[in-house]
Design a protein around this ligand. Sequence first.
Ligand SMILES: NC(=O)c1ccc[n+]([C@@H]2O[C@H](COP(=O)([O-])OP(=O)(O)OC[C@H]3O[C@@H](n4cnc5c(N)ncnc54)[C@H](OP(=O)(O)O)[C@@H]3O)[C@@H](O)[C@H]2O)c1
Length: 508
Amino acid sequence: MSTPTSGAPRRPVSAPADPAVFVGFGASGDLTRRKLLPALVNLRRSGALPTTFAFIAVVRQADVGGTLADEILTAASTHLETPLTDEERQWFVGRIGVVVGDVEQPSLYADIATRLGELQASHGTGRNALFYLATPPQLFAPIAAGLGAARLLDEEAAGGCRRVIVEKPFGHDLESARALNRALAAVMTERQIYRIDHYLGKETVQNLMIFRFANSIFEPIWNRRYVDHVQITVAEADGIGTRGGYYDEAGALRDMVQNHLFMLLALTAMEPPISFDADAVRDERLKVLQAIMPMTRPMVERDVVRAQYVAGRVKDADVPGYLQEDKVAAASATETFVAMRLQVENWRWAGVPFYLRTGKRLARRVSEISVHFRQPPFMMFRDTAVRTLNCNVLVIRVQPEEGITFHVDAKVPGQALELQTVAMDFKYDEEFVQPPSTGYETLLYDALTGDQTLFHRADSTDVSWQAVMPILDAWATGGRPVCYEAGSWGPEDAHELLERDGRTWRRP
Ligand SMILES: NC(=O)c1ccc[n+]([C@@H]2O[C@H](COP(=O)([O-])OP(=O)(O)OC[C@H]3O[C@@H](n4cnc5c(N)ncnc54)[C@H](OP(=O)(O)O)[C@@H]3O)[C@@H](O)[C@H]2O)c1
């Protein structure tokens, strides 16, 4: 793997990554089967994976009959748009080594070191290794300690790059996030740590920066003089599925806001970085998070809505309420919906509210950012039949139907002066042929090539937890979430949050 990271020019995507062994902890799990292995197959199909590549699957259960690699690949194949060919299966099976053991046993790391050595010799993978922690979060620190104790993260001793991808959730609160950052820092440098946020792997999210900074038309109006407010919506139609145990401990604020929504906010509001250097970009994202006005308790009560779904209908099917879901405590007060009003108190955004909302079992699955511009002066229309002017709205759709729409007012043809809002529309699908993607390809490729731009830095995890802690603290002292019907757009309180300011949520 190339020496990271600052100043390294981004490669043309077709250039294969450097030789490496990918060491997947939790390789028998859902994430590896559904996302990581399919992403590696997609990378190979696009020529971005080197032939000098190997994969170590670290699993707990014994590899009965040596068929584990084949089983994992069969499961992964069902998550590919085009199933694995025989040639691809052979290619990967020949490169997957299995190491069995519990991550809390030191002997596991000696076994990994041995297997690494064997694969280096047999597949010419060099001395580079990328460790992916796809296990329950309480194992992140023990695995890092195990890798450290076995000197598997010592780049000088190894003679190659050693990087670690850490999955979400990154901590449960500020204290645990800090403890995890300390545990990682004890055995590796920040340059070796890749805290993943799969939202940053989305093409539209990456395009946000390009859209803003590669087009001169937007920057001059991207500020408090022209922008009335910004809305960020991440709505899911699904419930919690089989993740009740995890979700009931986490809730929407921890699961979505502290990481994904804050990153969308940061990319929308950040200053232009001086270059695409990873730290230049991450510095600017950090400054936005630092500028979020800290919430006092009265602000939490006024500006944050906490809600939980009750039974309703989603996509023409009856669905149970949150409290009836599997592995959810009978009287759980966990929020499945959050809406909030935030202030980014810097020179560009002072006085412009950012409204964020996210929830499960909402009317439909949609993630979008909408920038609502100020109303033009009405004066010249006052003697006409026009009663109101609509503000221009720029909508960046993150998923589905990725694209950008700009809403403007136009004259309806005819003798009367009548206005109608029309849309200028750009759809990714119509303009580009998008290669099949699980959303992890770019992130894995970037980690293999040493580009940390799309990963969280320790300081940004810290600051984002600092921003949500007053809300968690206020909720911890009691009270219950308000209710909303499954299949709706959230509780009445969320609508009132905007109505109070003379605004309404955009209906995606
Ligand atoms: N799945 C997703 O779509 C998704 C999305 C975003 C983030 N994530 C994050 O990714 C991580 C993995 O999620 P997942 O859905 O793949 O979980 P999962 O299906 O429960 O898999 C967890 C994996 O960790 C292994 N494991 C558990 N305890 C272990 C131990 N003591 N020693 C060794 N291995 C152990 C499990 O092995 P066994 O098979 O032996 O139990 C399994 O392979 C989590 O942190 C999750 O928050 C997942």
